[in-house]
Design a protein around this ligand. Structure first.
Ligand code: ZN
Length: 211
């Protein structure tokens, strides 16, 4: 199992340039507050640079989340070969074009090939890729690739449904604010019936994303 960890870390695309520089973020936020004509000394804004810096540290922690540590050994060899589906995983990300949130839910499935992952780990993998400056398409692909490398399953399917506040708040292309992206690997790509079983499952009883 050890041998593919290097590849897993490569897919995780981590930064090794130290931590997030909160002091620099604080300076930048003060500059923005001034640039929009606000008064950084006004009571409500005094601690805003500090709060924003700490929020970004949390919202962008995914660049420094080691996927192997995150797994903490929760990979198991089992004789189970039916489809595993984890649906309706909430995610919150920041679009890399505007640094404004996009959020929604992720559905992940795989067909085991002798190896499974602890159920609670899949939402954490989604989080690891969500907590970055992202585009939904890339995030979908990264989740699928990482699980594929980690488990070497017979197939992986990832569907993300997101709403993009940068479109909604800015009043442009409102009809484009909702987006569905998918990545199908192995059996999910090749086999219509397998893919359909997954798609039927995630649409069963689901409600449209609403905001
Ligand atoms: Zn955007």
């Amino acid at each position: 199992m050890q041998q593919n960890y290097d590849t897993v870390r490569k897919i995780a695309d981590l930064f090794d340039n130290g931590g997030i520089d909160e002091k620099e973020i604080e300076k930048a936020i003060t500059t923005i507050i001034e640039a929009v004509g606000e008064d950084p000394q006004r009571e409500g804004l005094q601690r805003t640079p500090e709060r924003v810096a700490s929020a970004y540290s949390e919202l962008l922690a995914g660049y420094r989340t080691d996927p192997i540590e995150l797994l903490n050994g929760a990979l198991f060899e089992v004789n189970y070969d039916e489809m595993v589906i984890v649906r309706d995983i909430e995610f919150y990300s920041l679009c890399e074009h505007h640094m404004i949130p996009f959020l929604g839910r992720a559905h992940v499935a795989y067909l085991p090939n002798g190896r499974v992952i602890g159920l609670s780990k899949i939402p954490r993998i989604v989080d690891m890729f969500a907590r970055r400056l992202q585009v939904q398409e890339r995030m979908t692909q990264q989740i699928a690739d990482l699980i594929n490398e980690l488990l070497a399953p017979r197939g992986v399917a990832v569907v993300l449904e997101g709403v993009h506040l940068c479109s909604m708040m800015r009043g442009v292309k409102k009809h484009d604010a909702r987006m569905t992206t998918s990545s199908m690997l192995g059996h999910f790509r090749r086999n219509m019936a397998t893919r359909q079983e997954f798609l039927d499952n995630i649409s069963r009883g689901s409600t449209p994303l609403r905001f």
